[in-house]
Structure formats: C-alpha cells, structure tokens
Ligand binder design. Structure first.
Ligand code: LHQ
Length: 258
C-alpha cells in the first residue's frame, strides 16, 4: 500500500491504493509510518519525497472501513490517537526535509498531511478539500493548527466550514503550499528538489526545520537563544567546515550530511 525506494539519499514514499484515491486504511497507515520511522533511523536517508500513485494524492480516511450501519458509533479519537497523530508527529519531528508532491486531489486528512510536510508542490490540476465538514467531523492531522498559521483564521475557517475545494494555484498564492506546477512537470520538479535537499548539509537543514517550527510557540527572546544553541551545533558539523572551505576555494561543496 506504500511503495518505498531509496535513491541517492532520497527516500521516496508513494501512497499506493490508487483505486481508492489512496485513502488511508490501517495497512497503509502502518506502511507509511514504517517509511517515516526508517527516515528517522537510517543515516543514509537525507530527504523524503511523499507522493501518491494514480490520479489522487489521498482522499483521507478510508470511509469504506467506517460504514456506521455495520459498526455503530465508533471511537474516532482512538483512530486518531493510534494512526494519525503518530504519523503527524513523525513528519514534524523528522530533522530532515520532507518534500510533498501532490499529484491530484488531497481531501480530509490527505490535505492536512500535505500541509504538514516541509515543502509542498502541487500539480495545477490538484485540489485541496477540508472534507471533514461534509461528514460532521472536525479537521484533524494538524489541520486546525496548520491552516490558521499558514493562511490566517478567515481563510482557515472558510475552508474548514464550507469544505469547498481549493485549487493548487490559489493554495500557492495563499501560502498554503510552496508552488503549483504543470501536471507534466510535477514529478521532475519534486524529484530535483528532493535530490538537491538530499545533497545538502542535512544537520543544518534539520535544525533549520526545527527552529522555524519552534517559532510557533517561542517568544522572540527564546527564539534568539534557540538560534544561538543550534548555530553552535551547526558550526561544529563537518558540513559547515566543508561549506566554508568550498566557498574559499571557489568550488562546489560536497556535503556529507554530518
Ligand atoms: C474512497 C474515498 C474515501 C473510501 C474516494 N474512502 N473510498 C480520521 C479518523 C477517523 C475517521 C474519519 O476520518 C478521519 C479523517 C478524514 O480524512 S475525514 C475525510 C475523509 N475523506 C472524505 O470525506 C473524502 C471522500 N471522497 C470524496 O469526497 C471524493 O472521492 C473526492 C472529492 C476526494 C474525489 O472525488 P472524485 O474525483 O469524483 O472521485 P470519486 O469520488 O469517484 O472516487 C474514486 C473512487 O475512490 C471511488 O470508488 P469507486 O469504487 O466508486 O470507483 C470512491 O468511492 C473512492 N474513494 N475517497 N475517503
């Protein structure tokens, strides 16, 4: 249900239930989690590329698993705690860049997982839908946190309360994603970006991600102190020495991710 391939430091994870628009069932959750756990533990992984197979990115939770006529009132809090929250924590806490290539519709949790990644690029034909309101639910997968931060309360509330689809171009103009690109160019652009990041100074990039995320809760003074501490660590990395040496030698740096 998730294809996993490591090439030149890029771990490519492809959601692979195309006939269900890559809706999440338990098996796909566990496979994707295993992919991100590998990204955490394997030093040869220096960037992640997340995308979907077929015409959709992900339609969110598999509602076929959830027929209330068969199951009665479910404990969705348990589903969130067991499957979605651990995944979102793995994405945000990974100190390596995650590129998300949204190849088609991203609905419900599928949209919010895309917004939790570090650099999200979408095909121009992709749509983002906060589908939760259509079935009486609340945005999850960090959506109520990321939406107001990325686009402000007014737009966040309108998207979440109406469940109206948002096109990729508007999502990019609003700052919800990095860029909308032509459909045919999506995978080339996303792979090139992931490859570039995987060849970068991984420790420094990882700490940059951590610092920017920490700004959501820190005061200005706390953030200045965090920058000092992280810069101290970055300054001791081999990649810093290589970066400065290469600059002085007027050549391209060869970062090792250490
Ligand atoms: C699907 C799904 C789907 C199963 C398309 N499930 N089959 C967390 C915790 C616990 C519970 C609940 O939820 C959550 C978080 C959430 O993510 S809630 C939100 C769940 N997602 C949705 O409500 C979206 C439902 N899907 C749609 O609204 C549409 O399918 C979209 C707008 C995504 C795409 O529309 P179309 O391009 O017209 O495609 P389609 O509707 O024809 O779908 C294609 C196939 O995929 C179809 O199957 P079929 O056998 O008829 O070809 C759909 O039934 C299936 N599919 N989404 N979530």
């Amino acid at each position: 249900t998730v294809l996993s391939a490591l090439e030149a430091g890029v771990l490519r994870l492809t959601l692979n239930r195309p006939d269900k628009l890559n809706a999440f069932n338990e098996e796909m959750h566990l496979a994707l989690r295993a992919g991100f756990e590998r990204a955490h533990s394997d030093d040869t992984v220096r960037a992640v590329l997340l995308t979907g197979a077929g015409r959709g990115f992900s339609a969110g939770q598999d509602l076929g698993d959830r027929d209330p006529r068969n199951h009665g009132a479910p404990d969705l809090g348990h589903t969130i705690e067991t499957f979605y929250n651990p995944l979102l924590r793995l994405i945000r806490s990974l100190e390596k860049p995650i590129v998300c290539a949204v190849n088609g519709v991203a609905a419900g949790a599928g949209a919010n997982i895309a917004f939790a990644c570090d650099i999200t690029i979408a095909a121009r034909s992709a749509r983002f839908i906060q589908a939760f309101a259509k079935i009486g639910l609340v945005p999850d997968s960090g959506g109520t946190w990321s939406l107001p931060r990325l686009i402000g309360e007014a737009r966040a509330k309108a998207l979440a309360l109406t469940a109206e689809p948002l096109d990729a171009e508007t999502a990019a103009n609003w700052g919800l994603i990095w860029r909308a690109v032509n459909d045919a160019a999506l995978m080339d652009e996303a792979c090139a970006l992931a490859a570039r990041l995987a060849a970068g100074p991984t420790k420094g990039l990882g700490m940059t991600k951590r610092a920017i995320q920490a700004a959501a809760v820190n005061s200005f003074d706390e953030q200045l102190e965090l920058e000092r501490d992280l810069q101290r660590q970055a300054g001791r990395s081999g990649d810093y020495a290589e970066g400065v040496t290469a600059f002085l030698d007027k050549r391209k740096p060869e970062f090792k991710g250490r």
